[in-house]
Every structure is written in C-alpha cells, then in structure tokens.
Design a binder for this molecule. Structure first.
Ligand code: GUN
Length: 296
C-alpha cells in the first residue's frame, strides 16, 4: 500500500484564504480589525523563528500584529503587568505568550493570567476545562489543525480507534479530548507505555506527539491506518541537519492509508489555526456570528 499524503501546507493555505476573506468582511462591515499580540521573553532561537513566522502570517491575512519582546531577565511581576495591559486593550483580541519561558518564570501562573476569551492558545485552565467537558472553548492550535485534517480526510471519525502517543498539555491531552468529542475510542499512550508497538498497531488513527525522532516505524502501523505526525525534530545529516517527525516516514507510508509529512504536514496548520482562533475570539468579543470551519 502507498499512503495518501495529507498536504498540511495546502490545507493551511486554504484556511488562511478563508480567514483573510472573513477579516476583510469584518473590517468593511463592522470596522473591526482582529489583533493578535505575541509575547516573547528571552532569545530562544527556535521561538524567534516561530514568532517571526506568526507575525508575518498575521499581517498577510489582514490582522493587526503586536509583538512584545522582553529581556530574558524580565521579572514575573513585569511579565504579568504586560499580560494585564493586553487583557485590557480592546484592540487586542488574541494573546499568545511564547513557551518555553525562562526557568525563573512560572508559566502556569502567566498563562492563567491571560483573559480566557483572548487565550488563542487554549492553554488557560478555564479553556482546558471547557474543552474537557465538551463546552465552547478556545481549542489548542496544533490538535485543532490535526482534527481538521482528520475530518477532511475521513468525514466521520465515529467509532474509530485513535491512539495518541504523547501526553503533553499542548498536544497529547487536548488531542485526545477532541478525538473523544468526535466519538473515537481513544487510547493515550506515552514513553512508559508497555507494548507500545502493539497498541499503535491497533490504531485506525495514530497521532505521534512524543518528540522522539522517527520512533514510530512501519511495523507499528496497521495497514490502511491514518498517521498524523506532530513531531518536529532537527537531526544531524552529515555536516548538515534536517527536520524529521516522530514517525519514520518512508517505512510508515508503505503501510499507512494516509500520512502527514514533516515538514509540510501538521506544522503549517498550527499557525493557520492560531489565526482561526484569533478570528473566533474577535467574533465572540463582539457578539458576532462565527464563520463556519474555524473551530470545532
Ligand atoms: N511554543 C511552541 N509551540 C507553542 C505554541 O503553540 N504556543 C505557545 N504559546 N508557545 C509555543
């Protein structure tokens, strides 16, 4: 079997087009420009790349982008004061504090200071609770992007066995909640799981989010299964480096029915979903109808 490639890059471009159209309408009809604020503390190079890319795409869909770059030694009180100011600013509809924060800052405290209505990452404890109880929430971007691609590929996910490998608050746990919400039978596995290969082989949908380069190989994949690879790992390749996922792509693609590549799969959908969440937050803040297809 040769797997269908799920083209996240194309999917993300289509979603961004839809968002850009809705943003133009919002501006023309309501005089409202959605605004997204990104806060970066310190100079982590990977975070710099993400933040630049987020800023560029925010502007490309017609939204206002605000960036706050704070020194690595910023105190907790100073960072909380920035969050408070953004919470109170009516021109800002979405707030994202880039993680990881420097070690002296308590990320739970900072994230939970964000107004839940502006929490476009969906990390605030109140959004986590709303998602877990099936209520209207801001949904974390990476799992939201994965669910959108799964729905587009499968139609209904009802009754399928989904195995999520990884239990992070950012991906694994919300992914499992979303799949459960779509009536999958969900198993959450992780690095300590016994018989991990066997459990993966029982999955109709296999989501890999463990952060271990190419850990999941073709012999862990049920023939015809859909494989979603959330991993982005930089590995040495001679005197260069290259990006690989948590799935060994070639061997898995020989067995799977469909698979997301790395790069060009889940990654592009994450930022597109951040923009979707910002638009959703803007509509909710102004009691306007939410355009279809932006969230679950
Ligand atoms: N760092 C890496 N990915 C993310 C993300 O999706 N949101 C935030 N806030 N920080 C991150």
């Amino acid at each position: 079997m040769v797997a269908t490639i799920i083209d996240g890059k194309a999917f993300a471009a289509e979603l961004r087009d839809k968002i850009a159209m809705q943003v133009a309408r919002l501006k023309a009809e309501q005089g409202i420009t959605p605004g997204l604020a990104v806060v970066l503390v310190g100079e982590d190079p990977a975070s710099e790349v993400y933040v630049r890319s987020k800023g560029k795409q925010t502007v490309e869909v017609g939204m206002a982008s605000f960036e706050y770059r704070l020194a690595a030694e910023t105190s907790e009180a100073e960072l909380l004061a920035v969050v408070d100011r953004l919470n109170a600013d009516p021109e800002i509809h979405g707030i994202l504090v880039q993680l990881p924060l420097p070690a002296h800052l308590d990320s739970d405290l900072v994230i939970n200071r964000i107004d839940p209505a502006k929490d476009v990452d969906g990390f605030h404890i109140s959004n986590v609770g709303l998602l877990g109880t099936g209520q209207k929430a801001m949904v974390p971007c990476t799992p939201l992007g994965c669910l959108m691609m799964l729905r587009a590929h499968h139609g209904s996910l009802s009754g399928l066995h989904a195995v999520v490998v990884g239990r992070s608050n950012i991906v694994g746990k919300p992914m499992a909640q979303l799949l459960l919400g779509d009536s999958c039978t969900v198993t959450i596995a992780h690095s300590r799981t016994r018989n991990l290969a066997e459990i993966c082989r029982s999955a109709d949908i296999l989501v890999a989010a463990v952060g271990r380069p190419e850990m999941i190989t073709g012999d862990w994949v049920k023939p015809g299964a859909t494989v979603i690879d959330v991993g982005i790992n930089r590995v040495a390749d001679g005197d260069k480096t290259r990006l690989v996922g948590d799935v060994a792509f070639d061997s898995a693609a020989a067995v799977a029915g469909a698979i997301t590549p790395v790069p060009g799969g889940v990654g592009p959908m994450t930022i597109a979903c951040l923009l979707a969440n910002t638009l959703t937050a803007t509509c909710r803040a102004n009691a306007l109808p939410e355009p279809a297809g932006l969230t679950v």
